[in-house]
Design a protein around this ligand. Structure first.
Ligand code: PLP
Length: 446
């Protein structure tokens, strides 16, 4: 197979479909998969990837796709980012594992220093490194409980926090995360969120609704922590109304509740800030991060106020692989790349190019009810213009059409009626325009 990935910055057309989708090689792999991979692991696309660079992905049949999924917001710095590949390669030949709690190493400490520097707030911060977003959320719960001596966990409608037993209990959608997997964890309380397109409430009104619900149903003095995604990811890139998050932070402070910003999806340069909390002027007590921080290497973190992070007794936090040296080296490379190549600016550029194109699309296609998001975290919500009901069928049809035309796009939303865009922020303006043109075609052909 020839490798014809367009070098970064070139204006060449970037999609190339050379077989039916899925092609014969993908079909062969799929047959092997069905025979041996658990059916519990879903397959959004029927293709299998051979290699990728920046915002382009090439499958095993040589079909080349523009990647609007970024491995669900992981590949912010681009696929096979050269600096990251080099850092990982160097580290892998030095030391791959000791277990930090047994014999430490510098990259783990460097990651904690970078997280302390770049998460919101100038107060003293500490971190623990783990393997996945769900594990970070689980650890944040443990830390908040130990710090407060309280048991109850508050979360929001349409939130998503992972697939372990506790985090599945914290998700809004029972299906597919919890169905049949119970008993789920107790002491988890879901409260209404802020979603301006759906509820029409101001931030103050929505916050009052959330707070009243928690005070009446749970009692503020019982709550250890409130988990909030500053922009809800799986829920459909829901951006809360102005003032909503700030009001929740104030309420948590006044009531001794640990405010946790789940930035697993919204964090690490995605929105044009290191962490999306910055856009809302809030300083969370704890921040969970994962997806984007390792540039594809598995690693996650809980970062926050030193006095809260130190509440745990030694040995209470950690695990065999948490903060693995190779993954930690990848995080250091990602932070360096964000700085060196101005990837915060690139995320803003992606938003500045994409947002007007999406608003034009909305003018042409009344089935697009809402266009929203910040930076390189944008979404379209499809609703039936006559009834206002979620149009999941249209959403799916656009996704399928785009796949066959060489653009990978993810859906989202509790009702499956949102297309979300989280491309590598090094995606070119031409690639953005091309992908939107494909969606335009799809909508015109429906
Ligand atoms: C993806 C995600 C998680 C879970 O992360 P995993 O690494 O898949 O366990 C938690 N919270 C949010 C907001 C996420 O988007």
């Amino acid at each position: 197979m020839t490798d014809t990935l367009a070098p970064r910055g070139t204006q060449s057309s970037s999609r190339r479909i050379v077989t039916e989708i899925p092609g014969p090689e993908s079909q062969k792999l799929h047959a092997r998969r069905v025979a041996t991979v658990s059916a519990g692991v879903s397959a959004t696309f029927p293709i299998y990837v051979d290699h990728a660079h920046d915002a382009l992905v090439v499958d095993v049949d040589g079909n080349q796709f523009i990647d609007f999924t970024g491995g669900i917001g992981v590949m912010t710095v681009g696929h096979t980012n050269e600096a990251l590949v080099q850092a990982v390669t160097e580290q892998v030949s030095k030391v791959t594992h000791t277990l930090f709690a047994v014999a430490g190493y510098e990259p783990y400490i460097a990651v904690c220093e970078l997280l302390a520097k770049h998460t919101p707030g100038t107060f003293a911060k500490k971190s623990v490194l783990v393997n996945s977003g769900a594990e970070a959320v689980e650890n944040a719960v443990k830390i908040a409980r130990k710090h407060t001596g309280r048991t109850e966990i508050a979360v929001l409608y349409h939130g998503y926090h992972g697939r372990t037993n506790l985090t599945a209990s914290m998700n809004y959608n029972m299906h597919p995360y919890g169905t049949g997997f119970g008993p789920l964890a107790g002491s988890v309380h879901h409260a209404p969120n802020s979603s301006p397109f759906h509820d029409g409430l101001t931030g103050a009104q929505a916050a009052e609704r959330t707070i009243t619900h928690l005070e009446k149903r749970v009692g503020a003095s019982q709550i250890a922590c409130l988990f909030v995604e500053p922009i809800q990811g799986e829920g459909g890139f829901i951006v809360p109304a102005e003032g909503y998050l700030g009001a929740l932070v104030d309420w948590c402070r006044a009531n001794g509740i640990v405010y946790v910003s789940d930035e697993v999806q919204s964090g690490m340069a995605r929105t044009g800030a290191y962490f999306a909390s910055e856009h809302f002027g809030i300083e969370p007590d704890l921040v969970t991060s994962a997806k984007g921080i390792g540039g594809g290497m598995p690693i996650a973190a809980v970062t926050g106020r030193a006095e809260i992070m130190d509440a745990s007794h030694p040995g209470g936090l950690g695990g065999t692989f948490g903060g693995n040296p190779v993954s930690s080296a990848a995080v250091v490379a990602v932070f360096n790349e964000v700085e060196k190549r101005n990837l915060l600016g690139e995320a803003k550029r992606v938003g500045a190019t994409l947002m007007p194109l999406l608003l034009d699309l909305q003018k042409k296609h009344p089935v697009i009810g809402d266009v929203r998001g910040i930076g390189a975290m944008l979404a379209l919500e499809f609703v039936d213009p006559a009834t206002g009901k979620p149009a999941a069928d249209v959403t799916k049809a656009v996704q399928t059409h785009a796949l066959h035309k060489g653009v990978l796009i993810l859906t989202a939303g509790t009702f499956g009626n949102v297309l979300r865009f989280l491309p590598p922020v090094v995606i070119t303006d031409d690639q953005l325009r091309e992908a939107v043109a494909v969606m335009d075609d799809a909508l015109s052909s429906l």
